[in-house]
Design a protein around this ligand. Structure first.
Ligand SMILES: [Ca+2]
Ligand SMILES: [Ca+2]
Ligand SMILES: [Zn+2]
Length: 430
């Protein structure tokens, strides 16, 4: 009975209930790290100083700059206790694509960003690839798979156990050379508990990386509104030094003066709790906005908020500069990582792009996808401006006709998926 009370207490105090799961556990995890590592707090303050010094010397060049894309090698550790949790390579490839789309501002739903934020939105100029070499210098495709009979990785009692082979998980690859992403089950007594969490730059190297609930990788049908791969985009943002857009003020006490250390993200009193609802919770704003005489609304489009995946479209210039600040200081070893990039998902994109044509465009009643590639098993997905898939199907040999008479006029994105690769073509219905 005592155990049951303890469980109920834990559930109440951690916010686990039928109503809502924790989208992100990163700030709670940081509190736990501080409890076990007193030096971490002052270390992170020193890191913060180093980054802000770097930013003051580089801000002008980086804002709106176009050259110099940084590519980060990734290893994904799938730790599973059953076949469902042992997610397919294709989900992981899709996730890498989503990361690249969001960090390079080529995401299909970018067009729904409100015009007021168009000038502050950024091509972050960071890309991700699955590693080509493992820590011993042997070829890899950047994915490890480990069967774990226990499989309990909830952050309440088992936080970070997935990060060590001695506790049923898998050890990180050197965290100064790879972004480690662990994929596992973090549900709590079968209740979905948390979608992901990350460590900030400067954390314990043995724990450094990102952990994602297995059915939130890529575009998986998980029955929630977080099904477009934005969870990993958000958590990797933390790993690159991003704070929540509302500045992690206590959620129960609305605070407009908490900071995310970024001047062009408007202040917000708390998270936009997973809805796309437009609001303006704070009128005190940074000089970035007050100099222009503007009180911007809360930036619910930002990946570092808690909105639905379909609402999330952007990082800002300020966030980009901060990420490059961490990559040039605390995380600079990644820039010379020997891990390389696995060619999966990269080499044949151009081929695919050359071999697929879409016409007529604009179209009214039906359009044709012509496939001259050697792969006759391609799939297509038509996505509307809100990021929802409106049509899916196969795009086999030669020509496939798709009826578009039922669609409302506007811009759509047709994603052609070739197992490991995909390309996106824009289509206008009129
Ligand atoms: Ca801000
Ligand atoms: Ca405001
Ligand atoms: Zn977060």
């Amino acid at each position: 009975m005592k155990k049951l009370y303890t469980l109920i207490t834990v559930l109440l105090f951690t916010g686990v209930g039928m109503a809502q799961m924790n989208k992100c556990y990163t700030d709670k995890a940081l509190t736990k790290y501080y409890e076990h590592n007193e030096a971490l707090h002052s270390q992170m303050q020193l890191n913060e100083k180093q980054v802000s010094d770097w930013i003051s010397n580089h801000e002008t060049t980086l804002r709106n700059s176009q050259g110099g894309v940084i590519t980060i090698p990734v290893v994904v550790h799938v730790v599973y206790k059953n076949a469902t949790q042992n997610i397919a390579d294709s989900n992981i490839y899709r996730q890498i694509e989503v990361l690249n789309e969001c960090y390079r501002r080529t995401n299909a739903n970018y067009s729904q960003t409100r015009p007021i934020f168009d000038t502050v939105s950024a091509d972050v100029q960071i890309e991700f690839c699955l590693a080509q070499l493992d820590p011993n210098g042997n070829p890899t495709h950047g994915i490890t798979r480990t069967s774990s009979p226990s499989g309990a990785f909830d952050p309440i009692f088992n936080m970070d156990k997935v990060k060590s082979s001695t506790t049923g998980g898998v050890d990180p690859w050197p965290t100064d050379e790879y972004l480690n992403i662990w994929v596992c089950d973090m549900s709590f007594f079968g209740i979905p508990f948390v979608l992901g969490y990350a460590t900030f730059p400067g954390s314990d190297p043995a724990l450094d990386g990102v952990v994602i609930q297995y059915d939130f990788i890529g575009y998986m049908n998980n029955g929630t509104t977080n099904d477009l791969g934005r969870t990993t985009v958000h958590e990797v943002g933390h790993w690159l030094g991003m704070r929540h857009i509302w500045g992690d003020g206590q959620q129960s006490t609305p605070l407009c003066d908490s900071t995310d250390y970024v001047d062009d993200t408007p202040n917000a009193d708390t998270a936009s709790q997973q809805t796309c609802m437009i609001k303006n919770s704070c009128s005190n704003e940074s000089s970035y906005w007050t100099n222009a005489g503007v009180d911007p609304p809360d930036m619910i489009e930002n990946y570092m908020d808690y909105s639905y995946d379909a609402c999330m479209t952007m990082f800002t210039q300020g966030q980009k500069i901060r990420m490059h600040g961490f990559l040039s200081t605390v995380r600079s070893s990644l820039l010379t990582s020997p891990a390389g990039c696995s060619p999966i998902g990269l080499t044949s994109k151009n081929e695919l792009d050359k071999n697929i044509s879409l016409f007529p465009n604009p179209g009214t009643d039906k359009i044709t996808l012509k496939n001259l590639s050697s792969n006759k098993e391609l799939k297509f997905e038509m996505i509307d401006a809100l990021g929802s898939a409106v049509k899916t199907g196969k795009c086999g040999a030669n020509e496939t006709t798709i009826s578009v008479a039922d669609l409302s006029n506007g811009i759509y994105f047709v994603k052609i998926v070739d197992g490991n690769n995909s390309i996106t073509k824009k289509f206008v219905k009129q």
